[in-house]
Design a protein around this ligand. Structure first.
Ligand code: PEP
Ligand code: MN
Length: 339
């Protein structure tokens, strides 16, 4: 349910309305737009009679939101959301590239890659410490030690860090992490979503599950938001279809679709979407052209020797050669939207 307020609504009356909603176990979220202020209601609104709310002085009208996702819904928050990722803003016109290896492998490796991607224009560093691997015999990540190395790379370069949390039991190790990634395999780990959403207001980069519909994806964002953390970034990394020639199937149509349905920032992961380094540049350029708010790209100092996802990893040189093309397209996109 959303409550549209009258223009110039009296602040104290708005406060009383919020108190009244809280007394009904509804959490009010005020969204002040350039045209109108509205209150989005999170909670079980089924028992609320809209005509009683409409009778309140400051209320212009009341609308029910049909979709099951409320806080993530654009109707709830008409303006684009900008998420502050350790000083780097993503969304609402702010664009950035996140880059780094699939996994942190050594201090030398992560600091070297961090320096190289920063030099090429990346705004954040990615690197897995806890890895969700299909095989229990494959490299599982350096864990706590990997997080320490990421922190060291952050200290050396100033780049905020993005890394995956698989188990809530590890959350206290993530104090220095700027953006917590919830991977595709955990997109519907509802307990993890609730735990992380209630524990921290740090940005959460939520990756689309490999067989998740867009509605399920948005419902997972809703879990985090309903638990108290509105700083969610949606990451499309392709889904599994009947096609096997690419690692996943990426429908870039999700960018304008998610833009219409939600106010949250949208990130495209061209590395996991395609599975091949040679396809990362064209997909990155296309994702930028269609209006993604950010890209997350795997870059490895020596892809042939990578312990994880080497085939899809760019060398620092290939990344540096791709970035001017991405920025050129981004400039064009910005010039269209400014008109
Ligand atoms: C990753 O980012 O390295 C990763 C495992 O991604 P996904 O969860 O999208 O497969
Ligand atoms: Mn990977």
């Amino acid at each position: 349910m959303i409550i549209l307020l009258k223009k110039n609504a009296d602040e104290s009356q708005v406060e009383s309305l919020k108190m009244l909603l809280r007394a009904q176990n509804i959490e009010p979220h005020v969204s002040k737009g350039s045209m109108q202020t509205l209150i989005g209601c999170v909670g079980d609104v089924a028992h609320i009679d809209p005509s009683l709310i409409e009778a309140i002085d400051v209320v212009e009208s009341v609308q029910r939101i049909q979709e099951p996702y409320k806080a993530a819904n654009r109707k709830f928050h008409p303006e684009d959301t900008c998420v502050d990722c350790g000083g780097v803003e993503i969304g609402a016109g702010q664009f950035g590239v996140i880059a780094g290896p699939c996994s942190v492998e050594s201090e030398e490796q992560i600091i070297g890659v961090a320096r190289a991607v920063k030099e090429a224009g990346a705004k954040m560093l990615r690197g897995g410490a806890f890895k969700p691997r299909t095989s229990p015999y494959a490299f599982q990540g350096l864990g706590k030690e990997g997080l320490r190395m990421l922190s060291q790379a952050k200290k050396e370069t100033g780049l905020p860090i993005v890394t995956e949390l698989m188990d809530f039991a590890d959350i206290e190790l993530f104090n220095d992490v700027d953006v917590i990634q919830i991977g595709a395999r955990n997109m519907q780990n509802f307990n993890l979503l609730k735990e992380v959403g209630s524990y921290t207001k740090k940005p959460i980069l939520l990756k689309r599950g490999m067989s998740a519909t867009i509605q399920e994806f948005l419902m997972s964002a809703e879990y985090i938001m309903a638990s108290g953390n509105a700083n969610v970034i949606l990451c499309e990394r392709g889904i599994r279809t009947f096609e096997t020639q690419l690692r996943n199937s990426l429908d870039l149509g999700v960018v304008p679709l998610l833009r219409r349905l939600s106010h949250l920032p949208i990130v495209i992961d061209p590395s996991h979407a395609t599975g091949y380094a040679s396809m990362v540049e064209p997909v990155s350029v296309a994702a930028t052209a269609i209006g993604a708010d950010a890209l997350i790209v795997e870059v490895h100092n020596n892809p042939q020797k990578a312990l994880c996802d080497g085939i899809q990893s760019l060398t620092p040189e290939a990344f540096a050669s791709m970035m001017p093309k991405v920025f050129a397209i981004r400039d064009l996109v910005e010039s269209w939207t400014k008109k």
